[in-house]
Design a protein around this ligand. Structure first.
Ligand SMILES: *Cc1c(COP(=O)(O)O)cnc(C)c1O
Length: 348
C-alpha cells in the first residue's frame, strides 16, 4: 500500500508529467538512470550520517558527467531546428566542452570549441579528449566566456552551415529541465531502496544543476535540503551567482508552466569552500579525492566534485550533517581533469 509520502510524490510527478518537457525533442546520449548507492566505508570513517552517491560520472558519454543530461534536451532542440554544427565555449579543462564534443561525434556533427587561454605544449585531460573526439578548437585568450562565438557562428553561416550555440555549461532552461527530471529519476530509486534523504550536496558552477534541482524539489514537494557548493568565487555573469541561479530557476519554472517564483533565501549556496579560486586545487580537495578513492574506489575531480566533497566532509565534521541523517552526494563527473593535475596530486 502506498504511504502518504508515495501518494504525495505521485501527485508531484503527475504535475510534472503534464508539463512541457515531455513534448520537448530529446536526443538520447547517455545511460539512465545512473546508479545510486551507499558509500558505507566513507560514512564509517567520517562517523557521521549515512552517505550515498548518485553516479552521474557514469552517464557513459566519453567518461560521463552532468552535462550529458543537459545535452539530451539542448541537442534535441538543435536537431529539431535543423542545425548541422555545434559550437560551445568553456575553460581549457571544460567537462562541458568534452561531453559536447563526444555528443557531436556520436551524431556525426562538426563541433567547434572556443576555449579560454592558449594552446599548451602538451594536451592532457579533457583537452586531449577533445582532440581525440575530433573537435575543432579555437583559442580565445582572455575571452574566456565565449565572447568570440557570435563571430565564429557568422563565419560558419557564411560558409553555408547551420550552427547551434550550446550555452555556457549547458545552463539554460533546457539544461535545467534535465535536472528536474533527474530528481524524478532519483525518487524512483529512493522509493525502491526505501530511503529518504535529508540533504543533497553537489558542485554548483554555471547554475543549471542547482536551478533544475531547485525546481524539481518544489514540483515533487520534497523536504530535503539542497546544498550547492560554490566552485567559483564569482559568477559567470556580472551579477552575484546566487541571483543567476534564482533567475534560471524562475525561468525554468515558467518554461515548464509551473507556478512558483523563487527568491534567493529559498536557495542554499555554500560559498565557504572556494579556496584560492576556480581550478586552484588546495589541501581540502586533495584530501576529499584521496579519501573517496581509497575508501570507495571512486574518482572525484580536482575542480568540481573534489571541492564539493571537501565541503560535505567539512559539514560532517562540523556536525551540520548529523549521525542518523541521510546525505546524498551528486557526483557530477569531471575525473578526466585529474591527469592535468598530476603535478599537484602525485605522491612521489
Ligand atoms: C559543469 C560541472 C558542474 C557544475 O554544474 P552546473 O550545472 O554548471 O552548475 C559540476 N561538476 C562537474 C564535473 C561539471 O563538469
Amino acid at each position: 500500500m502506498a504511504n502518504e509520502f508515495e501518494i504525495q510524490l505521485e501527485q508531484g510527478k503527475k504535475e510534472f508529467g503534464r508539463m512541457r518537457h515531455l513534448e520537448l525533442p530529446r536526443q538520447p546520449l547517455g545511460f539512465f538512470p545512473t546508479p545510486l548507492h551507499e558509500l558505507a566505508n566513507l560514512g564509517k570513517v567520517l562517523g557521521g550520517p549515512r552517505i550515498f552517491i548518485k553516479r552521474d560520472d557514469q552517464t557513459g558519454l566519453a567518461f560521463g558527467g552532468n552535462k550529458t543530461r543537459k545535452l539530451e534536451y539542448i541537442i534535441g532542440a538543435a536537431l529539431a531546428e535543423g542545425a548541422d554544427t555545434l559550437i560551445t565555449a568553456g575553460a581549457i579543462q571544460s567537462n562541458h566542452c568534452r561531453q559536447t564534443a563526444a555528443a557531436a561525434a556520436s551524431l556525426q556533427l562538426p563541433c567547434h570549441l572556443v576555449l579560454g587561454g592558449a594552446a599548451p605544449e602538451i594536451a592532457n585531460g579533457n583537452l586531449l579528449l577533445n582532440q581525440l573526439l575530433g573537435a575543432q578548437i579555437h583559442w580565445a585568450g582572455d575571452n574566456r566566456k565565449g565572447e568570440d562565438i557570435p563571430q565564429l557562428a557568422q563565419k560558419l553561416r557564411s560558409e553555408g552551415r547551420k550552427p547551434y550555440i550550446v550555452p555556457y555549461g549547458g545552463s539554460n532552461e533546457l539544461g535545467a529541465t534535465s535536472f528536474v527530471e533527474a530528481l524524478c529519476e532519483l525518487d524512483n530509486q529512493t522509493i525502491a531502496m526505501q530511503i529518504e534523504f535529508d540533504h543533497i550536496v553537489f558542485a554548483s558552477s554555471s547554475g543549471g544543476t542547482h536551478a533544475g534541482l531547485t525546481v524539481g524539489k518544489k514540483l515533487l514537494k520534497k523536504y530535503y535540503q539542497l546544498t550547492g557548493i560554490a566552485i567559483d568565487k564569482v559568477g559567470t555573469a556580472d551579477k552575484p551567482f546566487i541571483q543567476q541561479v534564482v533567475e534560471l530557476a524562475n525561468s525554468t519554472a515558467r518554461f515548464l508552466d509551473a507556478e512558483h517564483q523563487f527568491t534567493a533565501d529559498e536557495l542554499h549556496l555554500n560559498k565557504n569552500y572556494t579556496g584560492a579560486g576556480y581550478g586552484e586545487i588546495g589541501e581540502a580537495e586533495k584530501e576529499a579525492i584521496r579519501l573517496t578513492a581509497q575508501y570507495e574506489g571512486i574518482m572525484l575531480d580536482p575542480v568540481y566534485t573534489g571541492r564539493a566533497m571537501a565541503g560535505l566532509i567539512d559539514l560532517i565534521r562540523k556536525c551540520v550533517f548529523k549521525k542518523g541523517e541521510f546525505v546524498l552526494f551528486w557526483h557530477t563527473g569531471g575525473a578526466p581533469a585529474l591527469f592535468e593535475y598530476a603535478k599537484h596530486l602525485q605522491t612521489m
